[in-house]
Design a protein around this ligand. Structure first.
Ligand code: BES
Ligand code: ZN
Length: 855
């Protein structure tokens, strides 16, 4: 670490700022090495902070050129984190503070503040990047209208709000909506637009532009279409209308995150904008649609209503994720979307909750806020809203949201404000429910089933809330448990009923049943818990065949598969006919949605298995899990072999590629079948599909099938020859080889690829596609040699001085050390120690490494 330990920030210490900002006027004179930023801040004492206070402004890496109050120069000497103007030097009432600073965007490799990406200027201010642009109270509860003038010799000059005036080499923008500094943005460069328009429900005409580098304009149509659908959906579903004359989206090659909701000027990682059938997979199209929607939805949940402080991050992120999940469900299939969301929740959030980085949806302290844009804040934050909606019902949810938008428009709000609108509209006391925001950890729920032989069936649930770092004691949570009952023929005898569990142990009784039922518990994954339930394979098969709840239908197959795989790992058992037959029925059942069948054929992941085994009291061996999973796939391929070629043929799309959900679902099933067939035909069919593919989904899908069985080197080379000029496709080329590599080869192949001339490690997308793929290959990363651990740590240490935010995010690969054997634990802890003793380590990576070590 650096000489001083960075301070910890506490929620309990919140205080409003000493002043208010009435308006902001910024002027930029752009230059790669010496950009000048002039800021005119109309300030006044904050009536909520009586007394006279020093004026403290945040500022980092700024060269102060001059400062003036009400036109009079003042002497001010910034320190490392900002500028203080003593109370005595300030007028008693409102005043104008003018500052001019110089910054160097070209040297900004952290990609926070104003930086350059391939000749273009862009900004990223959330969470605390605005302080790298000018001296300012860089906190979300300080909201102000902004006017911006940009000067620079570039054809396109953009900022937030509406365009006011422009001429050669300059442009002026006016954003009338008060906003916090983190939503500020500027873009300048040689860009071209793919344009459209939207008329809002009240008749406002909005110009829409997707700005990209010349040459990329023919890959913007899907992003624009997704934006238009998002705008319409937010009107019809939430009654929310857009509020400016323009909405601009810019695609940037170098970006730490996926995308950013700056007011009226969303900035995107180019990979979440650019798509054509030849270069983007169905998954890419799906992600683009979801992220465009997510950032657009922030206009109301985030921008019009923002967060009082960064502890309230889930207020905007959890709600906006929940909204984008609803949107995708409506655009595609709600059932398939729910299954996919639960898969990610378990893979990312349950994993986080089960390790040293576990934290509450609303944490109460942090060192570096960038480290809290986590699966817990986002995905569990969204689950908590889903639970709330389930508990109060759809109509009450709509009323509460209407009140939230009415009451808090223009506010910087808190979770207390959010819960209060639900309490007021429903009369419910949500104080126990609030524990979902304050207590970390995934509850484990066990269930005991009792049939009295005379029509009465009782379910007794227990919830276990285990200790997490800093939270040794937990109180019971409110668990909405959606339950339905089937009779032994598979007919539903009790439709979905919501049981509300509030105690550590609680029973619920169903009367008047003719026979002992089979319970379908936690329908729709109604609460983010681990359900520990022993169910006979016959009952699981019954649920897989007959459950009316699509989530639990899938879940029954999933649970069966996990039990089979677990026994293969622990007892060297072979997969039995129950599971194979049940899966065969689903695979070839044409009454089922192909997308659903594809999901059912997806085997449990190795990381998921390691976590499951760990929770069941075993020490997972990554190599054994890897081998067992391959054997499982082989057994399934053998069982389905006869029907696979027919399935593959029947699912071929006759016409040109369309990215819609129906076509994507068919391709997903076709590729799942191809992957299995490759294990019995030695890749013959996959080689043909690869050669004939006219879209990236099938091209990369078939190549994956080949690499997965240790073939496909010629195809890999031809893929490279064809796509070497395309950055987004080349990211796939890099990642694929590492993801599909055999565990013994993963570290070596990764290392070799880092020496490839196209491995530009300073571009986050490329870094992630290589180093992220290393930690994504479970058995390769956790190889007993420790080579995977060492290689990851080497690269994190190398990236950290340039881009601490991305280094810190990628370090979470190490969060799982507690699952493994003593040797692996020692090796990972050794790497964490090596990271922590690196001179000049960033606050970002330093905080992550020490939390993971358990400090
Ligand atoms: N506000 C965030 C972007 C952000 C994250 C800025 C972290 C600064 C630090 C944005 O709305 C967001 O959540 N983006 C996600 C994608 C989204 C679909 C969940 C991202 O970038 O991963
Ligand atoms: Zn977001």
């Amino acid at each position: 670490m650096t000489n001083e330990t960075p301070p910890t920030i506490y929620l309990a210490d919140y205080q409003p700022w000493t002043h208010v900002v009435q308006s902001v006027h910024l002027a930029f004179r752009l230059s790669p090495t010496a950009t000048r930023v002039t800021a005119q801040l109309h300030l006044a004492p904050n009536p909520n902070r009586p007394g006279r206070h020093d004026l403290r402004l945040d500022g980092e890496n700024l060269v102060l050129i001059r400062a003036a109050i009400n036109g009079h120069q003042v002497k001010a000497t910034p320190d490392a984190t900002g500028l203080t103007l003593p109370a005595a030097s300030l007028p008693a009432g409102p005043f104008l503070l003018e500052t001019e600073v110089q910054i160097a965007p070209e040297g900004n490799t952290a990609l926070e503040g104003l930086y350059m990406s391939r000749g273009m200027y862009c900004t990223q201010c959330e969470a605390e990047g605005f302080r790298k642009i000018t001296f300012y109270p860089d906190r979300p509860d300080v909201m102000a209208p902004f006017k911006v003038r940009i000067e620079g010799d570039y054809p396109v000059l953009l900022s937030n709000g509406n365009p006011v005036a422009q001429g050669p080499g300059w442009a002026e923008w006016d954003d009338p909506w008060p906003k916090p500094a983190y939503l500020f943005a500027v873009v300048a460069g040689n860009l071209v637009a793919h344009s459209g328009s939207f008329t809002t429900m009240s008749g406002r005409h909005v110009a829409l532009n997707v700005w990209v580098r010349p040459g990329d304009e023919n890959r913007c149509a899907y992003a624009l279409d997704s934006l238009i659908r998002s705008m319409r959906w937010d009107e019809t579903t939430y009654g929310r209308e857009y509020d400016l004359d323009v909405f601009n989206i810019v695609a940037v090659d170098d970006f730490n995150m996926g995308a950013m909701e700056n007011k009226g000027l969303n900035i995107f990682n180019a990979r979440y904008v650019l798509a054509s059938p030849e270069t983007a997979t169905d998954d890419d199209f799906g992600r683009i649609e979801a992220i465009i929607a997510h950032e657009y939805f922030h206009n109301w949940t985030g921008n019009r209503i923002t967060c009082r402080d960064w502890f309230q991050l889930c207020l905007k992120e959890g709600l906006t994720v929940f909204r984008d999940q609803q949107f995708t469900g409506d655009m595609r299939s709600p059932a398939v979307k729910r299954i996919e969301d639960v898969l990610t929740l378990r893979a990312r959030q349950f994993r986080e909750d089960g390790g040293p980085l576990a934290h509450a949806v609303r944490p109460d302290s942090f060192i570096e806020i960038n480290n809290f844009y986590t699966a817990t804040v986002y995905e569990k934050g969204a689950e908590v809203i889903g639970m709330l909606k389930r508990l109060v019902g759809d109509a009450a949810y709509d009323r509460a949201l209407t009140l939230y938008f009415d009451r808090h428009d223009g506010d910087a709000a808190t979770i207390e404000d959010w819960l209060a609108v639900f309490e007021e509209t429903t009369g419910r006391d949500l104080s126990q429910f609030k524990r979902w925001y304050t207590q970390a950890g995934t509850p484990r729920v066990t269930v005991d089933e009792h049939w009295d032989g005379a029509g009465r069936f009782t379910l007794t649930f227990k919830q276990h809330n285990f200790a997490t770092p800093g939270q040794p004691h937990k109180d019971p949570k409110v668990l909405p448990l959606a339950v339905g009952l089937l009779n032994p023929n598979g007919d539903e005898v009790v439709p979905t009923t919501l049981l509300e569990m509030t105690q550590n142990k609680q029973s619920f009784t169903f009367d008047g049943l003719a026979t002992k039922p089979v319970a379908s518990i936690l329908r729709g994954f109604s609460a983010p818990v681990v359900l520990d339930r022993s169910v006979s394979p016959e009952d699981r098969a019954l649920l897989l065949a007959h459950d009316t709840d699509p989530f639990n239908k899938w879940e029954a197959g999933r649970a069966l598969a996990k039990e089979v795989l677990a026994r293969m790992v622990t007892d060297r058992a072979q997969p039995g006919p129950d599971w194979l037959d049940a899966l065969a029925r689903v695979a070839f059942d044409e009454s089922l949605d192909p997308a659903f069948r594809a999901l059912a054929l997806r085997l449990p992941g190795e990381d998921d298995m390691a976590q499951t085994l760990h929770m069941a009291g075993h020490v997972p061996d990554p190599a054994v899990i890897h081998t067992a999973r391959r054997q499982m796939a082989q057994a399934l391929a053998g069982r389905l072999a006869q029907g696979l070629p027919g399935l593959i043929v029947s699912l071929a799309e006759p016409g040109p590629f369309t990215p819609d959900a129906v076509a994507a679902g068919r391709r997903a099933l076709r590729l799942a079948a191809l992957s299995l067939l490759s294990r019995v035909d030695d890749g013959a069919r996959a080689a043909t599909v690869f050669a004939q593919a006219d879209n990236m989904t099938e091209e990369v899908g078939a190549l994956t099938c080949l690499l997965d069985i240790g073939r496909g080197q010629a195809e890999l080379a031809s893929f490279h020859a064809r796509w070497s000029d395309d950055r987004t496709v080349m990211d796939k080329w890099f990642a694929l080889q590492i993801i599909t590599s055999a565990p013994d080869d993963t570290a070596r192949i990764t290392d070799t690829l880092t020496r490839h001339p196209d491995f530009d490690w300073k571009t986050p997308n490329r870094f992630r596609s290589v180093i992220g793929a290393l930690s994504g290959n479970h058995a390769g990363f956790h190889h007993a040699s420790g080579d995977g651990y060492r290689l990851l740590a080497d690269w994190l240490i190398r990236l950290d001085p340039l881009n601490p935010q991305t280094a810190a995010r990628m370090s979470t690969a190490f969060e799982v050390w507690g699952r493994y054997d003593a040797d692996r634990q020692a090796m990972i802890r050794g790497e964490l120690q090596r990271i922590l003793s690196t001179p000049g380590l960033s606050r970002d990576l330093g905080e992550m490494a020490s939390r993971m070590r358990g400090d």
